[in-house]
Design a protein. Structure first.
Length: 277
């Protein structure tokens, strides 16, 4: 795994609020997956512990009727063989029957427009619900906006999904936008790269969000033409990253405890963010 070191000023300037200070010009990266874009930040997970300059590990119960308790223990979140490992375990804690891990970059790594991708291996087992997603920084959910770059429900083992949530259209009212994709080679136990190209004024002055799997565009959503109402399109402010492995819940469904015999593990090789040069 190639290790890349990024200037910390780029990170800190993007973390405090919605109007960060100017940052040094990033060095062009010839390996950028998107033409005309350069890498501004990335975590290759090459160390021995989670980089807390970039990430916070949560200690909390899950929402959405999920059955796990999130912890920051190494049993649930660790760096191993150059990867972030999030492991769900069948054990009681915090009034729940399972434990797992969830990390976020809130207040640490936040960006507006660009391309983000993560190379991930998803777990096997009915009831698993791994996700790679983003939340807005401007208000509470759902007004802040939510971008689900990748979600997977173990009860549908060949499919990944994408989603957008806004104040007007979200899980609570059942009106949110979603799309599904069946990657070649399967989903569980194999590596795929999940990405999001988030462009400003890309179509007749309106923003465009393109979901990608292994470099292939799998779904596209456009800002409603001329609409600036944040209740309909909040995707023009800073967002932060969330990676988690839930168990059960609204999307995960019933849990097959036999899955834990082989381990319920999600791995992340890297997370990288690029912006237009």
């Amino acid at each position: 795994m190639r290790r890349v070191i990024f200037p910390i000023l780029l990170l800190l300037a993007a973390c405090s609020n919605d109007t960060p200070e100017p940052t040094p010009q990033p060095t062009p990266d010839n390996d950028s997956p998107i033409a005309g874009y350069v890498k501004i930040w990335g975590d290759e997970f090459d160390g021995t512990e989670l980089n807390t300059i970039c990430w916070s590990a949560e200690n909390t119960v899950g929402a959405n009727q999920e059955q796990q308790y999130y912890t920051d223990r190494k049993e649930n979140i660790r760096i191993e063989d150059g990867c972030l490992v999030i492991e769900a375990r069948k054990e009681q804690m915090g009034g729940r029957e399972y434990t797992s891990g969830r990390i976020n970059s809130q207040g640490k790594v936040q960006f507006k427009y660009g391309y983000i991708e993560a190379r991930m291996m998803l777990p096997k087992g009915r009831g698993t619900w791994p996700a790679f997603w983003m939340l807005g920084t401007q208000s509470a959910w759902p007004a802040c906006g939510e971008i689900d770059i990748m979600e997977h429900a173990g009860q549908r083992p060949t499919i990944v999904s994408h989603a957008l949530h806004t104040l007007e259209r979200n899980t609570s009212n059942g009106k949110y936008w979603t799309a599904e994709y069946t990657p070649e080679g399967g989903v569980e136990g194999v590596w795929h790269t999940y990405g999001l190209l988030w462009e400003e004024d890309a179509d007749a002055g309106d923003d465009r969000i393109t979901f990608m799997v292994d470099g292939v565009a799998t779904a596209v959503q456009y800002q409603p033409h001329g609409v600036e109402d944040a209740s309909r399109w909040p995707f023009n402010s800073y967002f932060y990253v969330v990676i988690n492995l839930a168990m059960g819940g609204l999307m995960g469904g019933d849990i097959d405890d036999e899955s834990f015999a082989d381990g319920v593990v999600m791995k992340v090789d890297y997370v990288r963010i690029y912006q237009k040069q």
